[in-house]
Unconditional design. Structure first.
Length: 100
């Protein structure tokens, strides 16, 4: 069940991350399917758990780190971040924290 859930989750994430980019959608679909087919005969629970962990990490990375860009003219790209990518920015402080 966990493997099937991960498979579906990766495909849903692929559809969100690469929305409107047919070439990237197809490449991601092929890669996901290829990896699952390559590992379909694993029987060791440790190896299956390891592959599930890798797949989960990939899904999180795609969802939180990939930003789509669209060429608006030859020298410009418009970035289209999703809500998952936008995080609250915490200002960097180079000095030590002040004590009250």
């Amino acid at each position: 069940m966990k493997v099937l859930r991960l498979f579906k989750s990766l495909h849903r994430t692929r559809q969100q991350v690469f929305k409107n980019d047919d070439r990237a959608l197809e490449a991601a679909r092929q890669k996901i399917n290829e990896e699952f087919k390559k590992n379909k005969n694993l029987t060791s629970t440790d190896k299956v758990a390891e592959q599930i962990k890798i797949g989960t990490d990939v899904e999180i990375f795609l969802r939180t780190s990939v930003i789509q860009g669209v060429h608006t003219d030859p020298n410009r790209i418009a970035l289209m971040p999703r809500a998952d990518v936008l995080l609250d920015n915490v200002p960097y402080c180079d000095g030590p924290a002040q004590k009250p």
